[in-house]
Design a protein around this ligand. Structure first.
Ligand SMILES: [Zn+2]
Length: 68
């Protein structure tokens, strides 16, 4: 039924999306580029925080030493 594929609000700040001007990236909609950048920063920080919380499972044979 018409244009139902696009959400009415910005993913980042929740503002109503301007009919003419909206920013689409990675399957999400933002009211402006700035909001997309903000959202990316947030996601990055969250990922970093998660990585810090995760147990130190790194350094276990992820690298295969190619000693000849
Ligand atoms: Zn926004």
């Amino acid at each position: 039924m018409g244009i139902g594929s696009r959400p009415a609000t910005c993913t980042s700040c929740g503002k109503r999306l301007n009919r003419k001007q909206w920013y689409y990236r990675n399957g999400r909609y933002f009211c402006k580029r700035r909001c997309w950048v903000t959202e990316q920063d947030k996601a990055k920080k969250e990922a970093a925080a998660k990585a810090e919380q995760a147990p130190a499972a790194q350094g276990t044979a992820t690298e295969a030493p190619a000693a000849s």
